[in-house]
Design a binder for this molecule. Structure first.
Ligand code: PLP
Length: 386
């Protein structure tokens, strides 16, 4: 039965396999015995290998052990967890913050706790899978609206009884398209219809906004969105996730969010690494400046070469291909050129929208980017994509 299902996926060019790295995360990595320029990492600010971040993880391990030994509510709340949560609350300008072991766990734990039976959840169709799973786990009714389509969302809200609890769910910066959600309009709608707005800013945290506080800061809405979730495994170079918000909400989630309650606390090392990363994010805005300069250089170069890019405004730059077989083959051509930029296929993206997802970081040099553009040109021409 499993063989047969794998065979079916294979026939559609939808099987996946691991691509092991034999080095740290880049930007030049060792893969399959070769030196490869990585254009796939979410370590946007190069913090996963920053000496201060690594040293903090080592020291936390030495002081507090490799594992927390219990869930947060039993005996697994150690000083690195407390320090991280207060630093995150300060960074986001909220009363409190609650951390989770991953973004996936945060979304599947928080959303069902926020809206119960009798409520309604309206989510963007291109929301991350963990948000969709969180919506499905809730006992509330769940509908999707067309991607970033405010009119569609408004019509769904208008049909709804205003008395029932309603939650609007969106990514801040969409992980597979690199575009932003229209937060000002979403805030306005949420206000008009007395709904709550939950934003998952996994890719925006540390990247968007003058201080890296995320997509809400980018739109000048820092203080107007009480439900902001972010992750620590991308620009923070560590692992885990958080929700920052009013202290009553945080205490409520601590008591009701099953993926917070029923799991071992994150290792002290990852909490300490995230706190160190946050210090650097606040201290070194030049990392964000390098990231954006690299993004401009690569985006304008790919556009000039004639690739069909999604309307990205971020370091995530998908080259749209459509067919999964052609996307895979293009990724192989790129790999032969010494570049790793993965083919993203259904079910991660909708049918017919397979793509090469390219990301840059602050650690790429201008010459890395020029080298990448030359490779994209050769691979694109040999496949007649440009
Ligand atoms: C990566 C991602 C997650 C999952 O976060 P992890 O910490 O990797 O589990 C959730 N939401 C979005 C939008 C993401 O891009």
């Amino acid at each position: 039965m499993f063989e047969q299902r794998l065979g079916e996926l294979g026939a559609q060019h939808l099987t996946r396999r691991l691509t092991p790295l034999h080095s740290s995360v880049g930007p030049v990595v060792e893969m399959a015995g070769r030196q490869i320029l990585l254009l796939a990492s979410n370590d946007y600010l190069g913090l996963a290998n920053h000496p201060e971040v690594v040293q903090s993880a080592i020291e936390a391990t030495q002081h507090f052990g490799a594992g927390a030994g219990a869930s947060r509510l039993i005996s697994g709340s150690l000083p690195p967890h407390q320090e991280l949560e207060s630093a995150l609350a300060q960074f986001k300008g909220t009363e409190a913050a609650l951390t989770f072991s991953s973004g996936y766990l945060a979304n599947i734990g928080i959303i069902p706790a926020l809206v119960e039976q009798g409520g309604l959840i309206l989510a963007d169709r291109l929301c991350h899978a963990s948000l969709i799973d969180g919506c499905r786990l809730s006992a509330a009714d769940f509908r999707v609206y067309r991607h970033n389509d405010i009119d569609h969302l408004r019509s769904l809200l208008a049909k709804n009884r205003r008395t029932r609890r309603t939650l609007i769910v969106t990514d801040g910066l969409f992980s597979m398209d690199g575009d932003l959600s229209p937060l000002p309009e979403l805030c306005q709608l949420a206000n008009d219809y007395k709904a709550d707005l939950y934003i998952d800013d996994a890719h925006g945290t540390g990247v968007m906004g003058p201080h890296g506080r995320g997509t809400a800061e980018h739109f000048g809405l820092d203080t107007q969105i009480p439900l902001q979730m972010g992750t620590l495994g991308k620009a923070f170079g560590s692992s885990g996730a958080y929700l920052a918000g009013p202290s009553t909400l945080i205490r409520y989630l601590m008591n009701t969010s099953r993926s917070f309650i029923f799991t071992t606390a994150p290792p002290p090392s990852s909490a300490a690494a995230a706190t160190a990363a946050l210090r650097i994010i606040q201290r070194e805005p030049e990392r964000r400046a390098r990231l954006w300069a690299n993004r401009e250089r690569l985006f304008s170069g790919l556009t000039r070469l004639g690739f069909s890019l999604s309307p990205s405004v971020s370091p995530i730059m998908p080259i749209l291909i459509g067919n999964p077989e052609i996307a895979l083959s293009f990724a192989e051509h790129l790999f032969a050129e010494g570049l790793f930029a993965p083919a993203i296929r259904p079910p991660t993206v909708p049918d017919g929208t397979s793509r090469i997802r390219v990301t840059v970081t602050s650690e790429h040099t201008p010459s890395h980017i020029d080298q990448a553009l030359a490779s994209f040109q050769r691979a694109g021409q040999s496949m007649r994509l440009i």
